[in-house]
Design a protein. Structure first.
Lengths: 328, 245
C-alpha cells in the first residue's frame, strides 16, 4: 500500500552509506541528498569513475517506468535533454530491498537561479536551446510533459540547458503522466492533457512567464486573457508577447516553428533584415569551376551574336547584288 | 490480455466517521467485490487529528487503494494523481497475478532482473492508457467540509480533464453523504461527462453527521447495480478484474 503524507520522506539514506547492486554488482557511496519528490529520492553518489546521481524509490515500478524513458532517450540521436542512464539495480539491505537507477550527474544551477545571476539576456538563448532539444524529442514520438524551471539545469560554461527529471515523459498521443499546474495547459483551461507537441510548447511559454514572475500566480479568470494581461504588464515579457501568445494558443505546429519565431524576436530587426537576403544571394556558393563555366557561356553567347551579324551581312550583300542585277 | 474494467471509489473527507458501520470493514467489503477504495483527506491550515489520519490510512489499506492527506489548495493535483496511482497499482496487481501463473508461485515483477521489468512496465502503461475505468466519487458534505466544497468541485473537473485524455473509456458517478433521506445521495448517475457536475454541485446542503461506513457500502453497491443493468442490455459477459484481484 502506498501512504503518502506531505511530511514523510520515503527513503532516508545517510551520507557514507555504500549501496551494492544485486544484479550488476556495482557499488555506490552516497555523498548527499540532492532532492526528493513524489516518486523517490535522488542522491549524489561516488562510483568507481566519478560522481553520479542515484535515484531510489520504494515503488520499483516507478523506477522501471523512468528507466524506460531514459533508455528511449538514449536511442534519440543528438538529444542532450535528459541525463544518460548508467545502471539499474536493486539494493538488498538487512531490512528489505529497494530499487534504484544511476544516471549522469548534471551539475549546475536551475534555470531561474541562473537567470537571476547572469541576467535575463540568457532567457532567450536558453529557450532556443530547449526548443531545439524538444524538436528532436518530439520527432521521435515523445512529449516531455512535466517541463518546469526546477527540472531545467544550466551546465557549463559554455551554458547549456539540460533536463534532470524525465519522469513525466509520455508517448505522443497518450494522457500526460505528470505535470505541474502552473505549466499545465489543462489547468489554465486552454486545452486537453493529451500529450502532443503543443503541450510542451505551452509549458515553454509558461517558463518564460515564470522567469518574469518568479512568484507563480494562480488561475483567476483563467485562459488566454489572464495570461496575456500578465505578459503585457511585464517589461521583460513584452517583446516575447507574440511568441508567447501563439504558444499558449497552440498555434505552432512544431518546436522548430516556435524556435524560428523566437529567433526573429531575439535578433534586432536592423541586423536581421539584410541577413537573410545575403544568404539567399549567396545561396549556391560560386565555386571556381562554375564561374569559368559561366564565363564560357557568356563568350559563347557573344560569339553567337557575331555569327548572326556576319550571316545577316552576307545575306543582305547577296540580296543587294541581286537587286542591283535586276535593275541593270 | 483482455482489458476489463477498473473500479475505483474515491472518498474525499476531512475527518472521522461518527455513525453506522465501521468504514474500514466496509472498505474491505468493497475490495472483496473488486472495487478499490482510495481516500483523500482534506485539511485546512490546521493539522488533521491523529485519529482521522489513522482512519484515512486504514480505509485505503483495507480497500486496496491509495491514501493521501492534502491541504485544500493542492486538492486538484492530488485527486488526479491518487486516481492514476491507484490505477497503476491495481494493474500491477493484475499483471503480477498473471506472471505468477506463468513463472510459478513466488515470482513477482520485483523478482525479475531490471531489464525484463521494463517490458512489463510497458504493458502496465499501455493498460493504464486503454483500460475502461469506472470512478465513483464519494464526497463528505458534513458541516466542516462546507467551505471546501468549491475546491472539491474544481478538483473533480480537473480529474475528468486528466482521465478524458486517456484513450480508454471513463464513467463517473458522484455520491454525497450524509444524504437527505438515507445515508448517501446520488448526485450524479454514471456518465462519461463529469462536467455535468457543475450544475448540481452548488445546490449541495451540508449535514452534521459523517456516516462514512454506510456511505462506502452504498458506493460499492452502486457498481453492482451498474453491472447488472448493463448485463441486461448486452448479453456478452464482461470480464472484470474482480476475479483476478
Amino acid at each position: 500500500m502506498m501512504m503518502n503524507n506531505p511530511s514523510k520522506n520515503q527513503c532516508n539514506v545517510k551520507p557514507g552509506t555504500v549501496i551494492h547492486g544485486k544484479w550488476h554488482r556495482n557499488s555506490y557511496a552516497v555523498i548527499k541528498e540532492l532532492g526528493f519528490g513524489a516518486n523517490g529520492t535522488v542522491y549524489l553518489a561516488r562510483a568507481t569513475d566519478g560522481q553520479v546521481a542515484l535515484k531510489m524509490s520504494e515503488n520499483p515500478m516507478s523506477i522501471t517506468s523512468e528507466v524506460n524513458v531514459l533508455k528511449s532517450f538514449a536511442k534519440v540521436q543528438g538529444s542532450a535533454l535528459g541525463p544518460s542512464l548508467l545502471d539499474v539495480d536493486d539494493w538488498e539491505y538487512p531490512d528489505g530491498k529497494i530499487s534504484f537507477y544511476v544516471m549522469e550527474f548534471i551539475k549546475g544551477p536551475d534555470l531561474l537561479s541562473f537567470l537571476q545571476k547572469k541576467g535575463s539576456d540568457w532567457l532567450g538563448v536558453l529557450m532556443l536551446q530547449l526548443l531545439k532539444d524538444l524538436q528532436v524529442l518530439h520527432s521521435n514520438g515523445w512529449v516531455f510533459g512535466d517541463l518546469k524551471p526546477e527540472n531545467l539545469i544550466v551546465t557549463g560554461p559554455p551554458a547549456r540547458i539540460r533536463c534532470i527529471d524525465t519522469g513525466g515523459t509520455t508517448v505522443s498521443g497518450r494522457a500526460i503522466k505528470e505535470f505541474t499546474e502552473f505549466f499545465d495547459r489543462g489547468y489554465w483551461g486552454m486545452g486537453s492533457r493529451k500529450a502532443d507537441e503543443q503541450y510542451d510548447l505551452f509549458a515553454v511559454a509558461m517558463i518564460i512567464i515564470n522567469a518574469a514572475y518568479l512568484k507563480r500566480f494562480n488561475r483567476a479568470e483563467g485562459g488566454r486573457a489572464q495570461l496575456i494581461k500578465a505578459v503585457q504588464a511585464s517589461p521583460l515579457l513584452k517583446k516575447y508577447e507574440k511568441v508567447i501568445d501563439r504558444a499558449l494558443t497552440g498555434r505552432y505546429i512544431s518546436a522548430s516553428d516556435m524556435r524560428a519565431d523566437l529567433l526573429a524576436v531575439l535578433q534586432p530587426s536592423k541586423l536581421a533584415a539584410p541577413a537573410p537576403k545575403k544568404t539567399v544571394q549567396q545561396a549556391p556558393p560560386p565555386t571556381r569551376t562554375s564561374r569559368s563555366r559561366q564565363a564560357s557561356v557568356q563568350k559563347k553567347k557573344k560569339g553567337g551574336m557575331a555569327e548572326t551579324a556576319v550571316i545577316l551581312a552576307v545575306i543582305s550583300l547577296i540580296y543587294f547584288f541581286y537587286l542591283y542585277s535586276q535593275l541593270v | 490480455m483482455k482489458t476489463g474494467t477498473l473500479k475505483q471509489v474515491l472518498l474525499i473527507t476531512d475527518g472521522c466517521s461518527n455513525q453506522g458501520e465501521d468504514p474500514i470493514a466496509m472498505a474491505a467489503l468493497a475490495k472483496e467485490q473488486g472495487v478499490t477504495v482510495n481516500v483523500i483527506g482534506v485539511m485546512e491550515q490546521d493539522v488533521i487529528d491523529d485519529q482521522g489520519l489513522k482512519e484515512i490510512e486504514s480505509i485505503a489499506m483495507a480497500g486496496g487503494g491509495v491514501s493521501q492527506v492534502v491541504y485544500t489548495q493542492q486538492l486538484s493535483q492530488t485527486v488526479q494523481m491518487v486516481t492514476r496511482k491507484a490505477m497503476t497499482q491495481t494493474l500491477q496487481g493484475v499483471v503480477n497475478k498473471e506472471l505468477q501463473q506463468i513463472l510459478g508461485r513466488a515470482k513477482t515483477v520485483e523478482d525479475l532482473p531490471p531489464e525484463q521489468r521494463g517490458e512489463i512496465m510497458e504493458v502496465v502503461d499501455e493498460l493504464g492508457e486503454t483500460v475502461e475505468l469506472e470512478v465513483l466519487i464519494l464526497v463528505d458534505t458534513s458541516a466542516s467540509m462546507k467551505h471546501k466544497l468549491p475546491t472539491v468541485k474544481e478538483a473533480l473537473l480537473d480529474l475528468s480533464l486528466s482521465l478524458n485524455a486517456r484513450s480508454g473509456e471513463n464513467s463517473f458517478s458522484v455520491l454525497v453523504f450524509p444524504g437527505k433521506r438515507g445515508e448517501a445521495d446520488k448526485l450524479l448517475d454514471w456518465t462519461p461527462k463529469l462536467e455535468s457536475l457543475t450544475s448540481v454541485f452548488p445546490k449541495l446542503t451540508t449535514g452534521g453527521i459523517t456516516p462514512t461506513g454506510p456511505a462506502l457500502r452504498e458506493a460499492a453497491a452502486s457498481f453492482r447495480q451498474k453491472r447488472s443493468l448493463r448485463s441486461l442490455l448486452s448479453s456478452d459477459d464482461e470480464q472484470s478484474f474482480e476475479e483476478s484481484v
